[in-house]
Design a protein. Structure first.
Length: 114
C-alpha cells in the first residue's frame, strides 16, 4: 500500500496490536510510473515461522524488516485478497475501511518460490 505516498507493507498475525508489523519506505514515491516489488522470504522449517520483507522501488531496496511470526494455516474465512482496496478488516489501524486506492495499478504479479 501507499501511506502518505510511501511504499508500505503491513502484516497482521492477529487482531492484537502487538501482532502487527509495518515496513515503510522513509521517502514518498516521486511522480510518474514505478515498479514496486515486495520480497517476502519465509524462514521455513515448519509453519508459523519468521519471515523477512523487503520493499524495492524500480529495483532498489527502500525498506526491509523482520516479521517474527507468520500465520500458521490461513486467515479467517471471511477475509479476502484485495488489490487496491480493502473492504474487510483493516490490516492495521493506519487506514479506514472501506479503502479504495485512487491511483492506477497497471499490473500485479504473484510469484511463489519453493
Amino acid at each position: 500500500m501507499l501511506q502518505q505516498g510511501k511504499p508500505t507493507f503491513a502484516y497482521a498475525f492477529s487482531h492484537y496490536p502487538d501482532h502487527k508489523w509495518t515496513i515503510q519506505s522513509p521517502t514518498p514515491l516521486t511522480a510518474g510510473k514505478h515498479t514496486i516489488v515486495l520480497n517476502f522470504d519465509y524462514a521455513g522449517g515448519g509453519v508459523g515461522k519468521a519471515a523477512k520483507a523487503n520493499i524495492l522501488v524500480d529495483g532498489k531496496s527502500v525498506a526491509s524488516g523482520d516479521i517474527p511470526r507468520t500465520v500458521p494455516s490461513r486467515f479467517s474465512a471471511d477475509e479476502t485478497l484485495d488489490v487496491g482496496e480493502d473492504f474487510g478488516t483493516p490490516v492495521t489501524r493506519d487506514y479506514d475501511v472501506p479503502f479504495i486506492f485512487k491511483g492506477k495499478i497497471d499490473k500485479v504479479t504473484v510469484d511463489i518460490k519453493n
